[in-house]
Design a protein around this ligand. Sequence first.
Ligand code: SF4
Length: 331
Amino acid sequence: MIVIDEKKIFNEITKRKPVSVAINGPDGILPKVQETASKIMKRFGIPAYVLADTTWGSCDLNSNSAKVLGTEILFHIGHTISMETFDDNVVMIDAFDDITFDKVTRKCIEILKGKSVSLITDSQHLHQVDTVKEILTKEGIQVKIGKGKGQLNDAQVFGCEFYPAMETKDEVDVNVFLGQSNFHAVGIALATNKPTYVLDPYFNEVKEITEFAQKIQKKATLAIYKASEAETFGIIVGLKEGQLSKITALKFKRELEKEGKTVQLFALTDITNDRLRNLKGIDAFIQVACPRISTDNHFEKPLLSTPQANALLKILRNESIEGYLQIPHWL
Ligand code: SF4
């Protein structure tokens, strides 16, 4: 069950006395966010708007929507980072999953016997890392915890940022991801190029995700080679506040034009196949927002993320693209 740090929310409201607030979080915890919003309204007698648009990460807070609504504070739930806030009107609130990993950890011991492992997780399960480490260590399994960097805590990864996993990759045989998120585990497997297991405490299941990750990499590589035959490129700047990357977009424009390509510039909030269908005369797209939009979704025309676009430039210059995803940050 997800437990939201409501105490921090209530303290903040008591201290700052806002006239209205907004609150949001990832889709998976929206029902809990709704409950918290109801509690705020009941306890403080102020409007608490649930921002129900998607929010995929601390890069996609929707704080502008909170300002448009005229709310003084946005409580952003569930994307725990090592920083307290980005903006005056945003307060980051932790949400932890209280499920334990004891059972599923015991289940993976046979598989991990004799191996050294890197323990990695997402924000919701960070508080379980030490307990799992203790269980595995008692069984003679060597456990490493990679150091956080930037917004990342120790052992934590985002879908595009893998510093703790990259720090330990040369010292371990496998990665072990705590949680249900294949999304994060696939990123770890691709960035580290190591076998990666998912410990799912809800289904009490140990899954190896390595093969699935390799399929995603093949699809991503195919898109790069298809794009290398394109003459006209559409470069898309994402309009989500933490994903705005005009400098990178203009760099790709310059580099592609040097290679004799034609480039148009676009800007989109949600980059979907349906939106791209409206754009005519483009052979291939590059988007410099969330890299996982390109790697994890299907598009009719090649849509390259930043690391794929860097690889494309290498292909156009007859250079090797080996290891193009084996980097700690895909942006
Ligand atoms: S850019 Fe994408 S993968 Fe990276 S943190 Fe944001 S939503 Fe997650």
